[in-house]
Design a protein around this ligand. Structure first.
Ligand SMILES: CC(C)(COP(=O)(O)OP(=O)(O)OC[C@H]1O[C@@H](n2cnc3c(N)ncnc32)[C@H](O)[C@@H]1OP(=O)(O)O)[C@@H](O)C(=O)NCCC(=O)NCCS
Length: 173
């Protein structure tokens, strides 16, 4: 298994993996599958250095993907990106998520970002475990902010300080 930058040819497997969570899970708060035009627009909004999309490939098969997305369109937030990591349901528990998130952290640092954020539904135990094991820290709980499948959901906010060492761990505000 290896990770590599995604290309437009990867959009079908990327969104096949994502659509499973849209329709059946609470990993994403999207409620509707993306149209082909929306898939392409999503891809075009990303790109190195700060907003890469990567895939994990096992043989010829894309088994997972990850991305750094802009956290906000407000420009003062440009040092911050939000992480997404999705592994195909048949390929979980074999280190794919760890490889993808580790590579995202490396790329985010290389791309000059200062902070990575993760918003994770409170019941997503594997995702919380993955992020915490790679050094993300719990910031707080956004209570009752989401609703999916008729259930009101809490969301945990986690961060990863990429340039904390450079700042001596201080908050530049
Ligand atoms: C979360 C997800 C990406 C993890 O991917 P994965 O390839 O199964 O994870 P890995 O095998 O690399 O596991 C890495 C670490 O994650 C944690 N983890 C993974 N599965 C877990 C589980 N079922 N329970 C608790 N912790 C788990 C562990 O800390 C694990 O480290 P360890 O194996 O040393 O214990 C995957 O479960 C997934 O795609 N889930 C649905 C989508 C999602 O929730 N994405 C995150 C939203 S941003």
């Amino acid at each position: 298994m290896r990770t590599r930058p995604a290309t437009p040819d990867d959009l079908d497997p990327i969104f096949e993996i994502y659509e499973h969570e849209v329709l059946h899970g609470v990993a994403t708060f999207d409620l509707d599958p993306f149209t082909p035009e929306e898939r392409r627009a999503w891809f075009d909004r990303h790109g190195p250095p700060a907003h890469p999309v990567i895939v994990a490939q096992d043989g010829d098969t894309v088994v997972g993907w990850a991305a750094l997305s802009p956290f906000s369109s407000k420009r003062a937030y440009a040092r911050t990106a939000e992480v997404s990591v999705y592994v195909h349901k048949d390929h979980r528990g074999r280190g794919v998520g760890r490889a993808l998130l580790g590579e995202l952290i490396r790329l985010g640092r290389a791309g000059g970002l200062g902070v990575l954020l993760a918003r994770i539904a409170a019941e997503q135990v594997p995702s919380l475990g993955l992020h915490l094991s790679l050094g993300f820290q719990h910031v707080g709980t956004m209570r009752r902010v989401g609703e999916k499948f008729g259930r009101v959901l809490d969301v945990e906010l986690l961060d990863y300080q990429l340039d904390g060492e450079r700042d001596g761990g201080s908050d530049r505000g």
